[in-house]
Unconditional design. Structure first.
Length: 280
């Protein structure tokens, strides 16, 4: 089963204009690793200072008109004022409980591993209820701005909140890009699975997985959502243990050796295909 979502975005220039979200990412990825302990942190909304959630850079620059991936940390009990964003973003909960909806909606607390999409221009609040709350956000264009609800607009998209229990997982027998039968599973989140088109999936790796992922596209980025992953680019390359919130990018035709000691879920964002191989 494949889910195809058509995405649109709004850009502010001198006035609001509407355009199709890019179906490819023109930024060429490179071999790089950012461990959770080495994330650069600042404020998501600098104008609010410490009343704002913290933001940690993984790739790109959310303050510029380019694709970017970043982490957001919320304090327990955080609840934002009603607001809008100028661009659409997509998020995955890494830690804690998060709610993202209309200010008058009953709280739908999304646990770790849940996915949501917030359309550009739609008024909403974001709240957190766990002791330790963190999410990963993915944007296709920028800058990422917070604006008052007086500037709300309808860009044709609708919000989406998917509790992790409602994700649809496919096993290796249904996935052509996994080389051998295994307990690896995937859940498609957004994008198009046409050739060289931008898409994002979750990959669930079982306890004791040993193998590799070969990137076959110009842009390939991975964020660890849960569990733990040991990563290495080459046999003599540096080994890194990637905890939730860690990231690695890979250049085209690069192979990443990976292994797990616990069930691990990773978010894969790519401009096309990749191949998962299981070590014998």
């Amino acid at each position: 089963m494949k889910t195809i979502i058509t995405l649109v975005f709004a850009a502010f220039i001198s006035a609001i204009t509407f355009a199709q979200t890019p179906t490819t990412d023109n930024k060429t990825s490179k071999n790089e690793v950012v461990t959770a302990n080495n994330v650069e942190w600042g404020w998501l909304n600098p104008l609010r200072g410490d009343k704002s959630p913290a933001a940690g850079k993984l790739w790109g620059d959310r303050t510029k008109n380019e694709p970017a991936g970043f982490l957001v940390k919320f304090k327990k009990g955080f609840s934002s004022p009603p607001h809008i964003h100028n661009i659409t973003y997509r998020g995955v909960v890494i830690k804690g409980l998060l709610h993202n909806d209309d200010e008058n909606a009953e709280k739908q607390w999304l646990p770790e591993g849940s996915y949501w999409q917030q359309p550009a221009g739609e008024a909403h609040i974001t709240a957190a209820d766990g002791e330790d709350n963190m999410a990963f956000l993915d944007i296709q264009e920028g800058p990422y701005l917070v604006k008052p609800t007086s500037e709300a607009f309808d860009n044709g998209e609708r919000p989406l909140n998917v509790d992790k229990t409602n994700l649809v997982w496919l096993n290796a027998n249904d996935i052509e890009w996994i080389a051998e039968k295994s307990n690896v599973e995937t859940a498609f989140l957004w994008g198009s699975h046409k050739e060289k088109q931008l898409r994002a999936t979750l990959l669930k790796l079982p306890i004791g997985f040993k193998g590799s992922i070969k990137n076959l596209s110009s842009n390939f980025r991975v964020v660890v959502i849960s569990g733990s992953l040991t990563h290495q680019f080459a046999k003599k390359g540096t080994k890194n243990v990637l905890e939730p919130g860690s990231y690695f990018g890979a250049k085209e035709n690069a192979t990443s050796k990976i292994s797990t000691t616990k069930e691990t879920i990773i978010y894969i964002r790519s401009n096309g295909d990749f191949k998962v191989n299981i070590s014998k």
